[in-house]
Design a protein around this ligand. Structure first.
Ligand code: ATP
Length: 298
């Protein structure tokens, strides 16, 4: 009977290996959701980040020719400043982040970092300067230590542990039976949404980029986790130019500028206070969310 089972066992192993392969491939594709036409220009230079100023200059963009997504978008995020982008689903918020990473080139206008057109610098140097804490982080089927260390090639164990501390993840990890060697992902320990986000924060701390994109999750975490994560995010966005793609307005009241994006155009802009005073779209969204928050606490 054992003879009969052996091939099955082998098949199971192959299946699991392929499956793991697929999961990781899927993770990779999510990270590299990019237009294959994007290439370094001949003689492309290394991006030199001095202060980390990000400028979008009259950007027009469409994924498909017949459907414009961004129409003449301009903004400037000063060094160490925070820009928040809000607006309805499909308004083009994530597209802005993809353009900054140069996953696509705009049809018109320029994206500049410290005055350098990002289409003229190497993609490596560009992407090395930007960190992203995504909505839904991808975990590799590997140890939690590996998943954090992935933020920077060649990171030492001490650096990984320091990043975990910075993301308030060390307490959780040291309680795990295998510590930093605990397997996570599909085949290992499943992490909660908040824990996964902390892994992404730790990765970003290791990378230590001058420019940061925070892509806020649409699905709410419980409010204590949410508050803890907000505090950690606020800490890591200090001294960095930060773009926040926000869904909950309560998390961006401190932003230097808030852009309300609607159908690829800026409908309103200003800081929280100025936008409330305007009594327009933003004020309306704020009122609606404040009511929701009140309902939550009932
Ligand atoms: P959400 O708040 O729901 O995440 P968003 O404001 O971030 O929305 P984007 O993801 O920037 O919106 O998408 C803007 C528009 O571009 C949407 O209508 C979307 O369908 C379209 N779009 C996004 N990605 C692609 C793509 N790869 N190819 C074609 N169209 C796309």
């Amino acid at each position: 009977l054992m003879q009969l089972f052996r091939p099955l066992d082998l098949l199971g192993m192959v299946y699991r290996t392929i499956r793991q392969g697929l999961v990781d491939m899927d993770a990779m594709f999510k990270l590299i959701d990019t237009d294959p036409e994007i290439q370094d220009k001949p003689g492309a230079k290394t991006l030199e980040v001095n202060s980390g100023q990000v400028t979008f200059e009259d950007i027009a963009f469409a994924y498909d020719e017949d459907r414009g997504i961004l129409h003449g978008l301009s903004f400037n995020v000063p060094p160490d400043g925070t820009l928040a982008i809000v607006g309805p689903s499909g308004a083009g918020k994530s597209t802005i982040a993809r353009l900054l990473f140069r996953f696509y080139d705009p049809q018109a206008g320029r994206v500049l970092i410290d005055g350098q057109d990002i289409s003229h610098v190497t993609q490596n140097s560009l992407r090395g300067a930007i960190g992203i804490v995504p909505q839904d982080s991808v975990l590799f089927n590997d140890t939690i230590g590996y998943n954090i260390g992935y933020g920077r090639e060649g990171a030492t164990q001490a650096e990984i542990e320091e990043a975990a501390r910075g993301a308030a993840l060390d307490g959780f990890i040291t309680k795990l039976p295998g510590g930093y060697d605990t397997q996570v992902g599909e085949r290992g320990l499943k992490l909660s949404g908040g824990e996964k986000q902390r892994v992404a924060i730790a990765r970003t701390l290791l990378k230590n980029p001058p420019i940061l994109i925070l892509d806020e999750a649409t699905s709410a975490l419980d409010s204590r986790t949410e508050d803890e994560i907000q505090a950690t995010l606020a800490k890591i966005s200090e001294r960095r130019t930060t773009l926040i793609i926000a869904h909950r307005l309560s998390t961006i009241t401190h932003a230097d500028e808030i852009i309300v994006l609607n159908e690829g155009r800026i409908a309103e802009r200003g800081n929280h206070r100025a936008l409330l005073a305007k009594n327009g779209l933003y004020a309306e969204m704020w009122k609606r969310q404040a009511e929701d928050r009140q309902l939550e606490t009932l």
